[in-house]
Design a protein around this ligand. Structure first.
Ligand code: HH2
Length: 331
């Protein structure tokens, strides 16, 4: 890759809205250009890349490749959460804490000294979270939003950030739970309850990130509606993580299998970015970083250019207001 010659990075670095405290005294600023969280699945059965990175050397190589492609953070997971249902047949089998750690531990041990990027560990299990934090992980990504009280305890003790993702039921039953009168309203209420659970367990609210859980106890249009109504979830006041990469609603819209969902994943990532997502969890880091660079450049042009306001029919007098709107979308 050659170095970009039109670099708007400095102009898009708006002041961050949130700052997460990482172990070791580092800070993670969120709320400017969305950060890219690169997925490393150390699993035999993940829905899009199961088995590719199960070998520790290959997993570390993949993680470092994602770092080289511009990932801001890395997410290590050793248990697939593939739901049961039409798209993927039987759901992923739950994995014991011992097996999860047997997969994750060797990767973390090798990766930690090899990169300065923050490492998140994607686990629902307190014991695995505790061991991962002791081995140098920086944050915990919990797709069950603290179903295991031991995980809440481990996070509270470490004082590290935690991602609280919305879901219902288990991989085997989540499809049956995908019943909502108003999906955005109910997800928002259940995320608010997760925040309350976190605080009751001694986790600092300022260390939380919320996630609508795209594809988790949601089917088809429910995912679209959640993405369309992200700003309503943002009203909870915490940064949002969005994980739409390669998911089955993209296949339903495009007719493509997981390996061919890059275009759909990029469209969803940019949509979420424009609606305030602070972190994008993706498999395809290089292409997401490239798409975000173009999107951010366009945002800057929209803010800076008076002609953009003119084109909107807004007139010179409302250029500032048009800019404010675009700046709002930037964060
Ligand atoms: N999605 C998956 C796993 N972890 N974590 C968060 N916070 N948000 C998500 O949307 C999310 C997640 C599922 O994707 P993947 O890891 O690729 O698949 P699998 O669970 O089959 O390993």
């Amino acid at each position: 890759m050659t170095r970009p010659t039109l670099d708007t990075t400095a102009e898009t670095e708006t002041s961050p809205r949130w700052s997460l405290r990482l172990p070791g005294g580092r800070e993670l600023a969120l709320g400017g250009r969305p950060l890219v969280l690169g997925i490393v699945n150390v699993t035999p059965d993940s829905f899009s890349d199961g088995g590719l990175w199960l070998d520790p050397e290959r997993a570390v190589g993949h993680a470092l490749a994602l770092a080289g492609e511009g990932a801001d953070l890395l997410d290590l997971g050793a248990e697939s959460t593939r739901p049961a249902g039409a798209a993927y047949g039987a759901g992923a089998e739950p994995v014991s804490a011992d097996e999860e750690w047997r997969r994750l531990g060797p990767v973390l041990d090798r990766l930690r000294p090899a990169t300065r990027l923050p490492i998140s560990v994607d686990t629902r299990t307190g014991e695995v979270a505790r061991r991962a934090l002791a081995a140098g992980a920086d944050l915990v990504n919990d797709v069950s939003a603290l179903a295991d009280p031991a995980l809440a305890e481990a996070v509270a003790e470490a004082g590290c950030p935690v991602v609280l993702m919305h879901s219902r039921g288990t991989t085997a039953t989540m499809r049956e739970h995908a019943r909502y009168d108003d999906v955005a309203e109910e997800v928002r209420a259940e995320l608010a309850a997760a925040l309350a659970r976190a605080e009751a367990a001694g986790i600092d609210r300022q260390q939380t990130v919320l996630d609508p859980g795209i594809g988790f106890a949601k089917v088809g249009r429910q995912n679209l509606e959640l993405l369309a109504r992200l700003p309503e979830l943002a009203e909870l006041g915490r940064p949002l993580l969005v994980g739409a990469s390669r998911k089955s609603f993209l296949g339903e819209l495009t007719g493509r299998p997981p390996a061919e969902r890059l275009a759909g994943s990029l469209a969803a990532a940019l949509w979420a970015a424009a609606r305030g997502a602070a972190i994008l969890r993706v498999h395809d880091v290089r292409d997401t970083v490239g798409a975000l660079a173009v999107w951010a450049g366009l945002e800057v042009a929209g803010i800076a250019s008076p002609s953009a306001a003119g084109l909107n029919g807004a007139g010179a007098g409302s250029a500032a207001a048009a800019g404010a709107g675009a700046a709002g979308a930037m964060r």
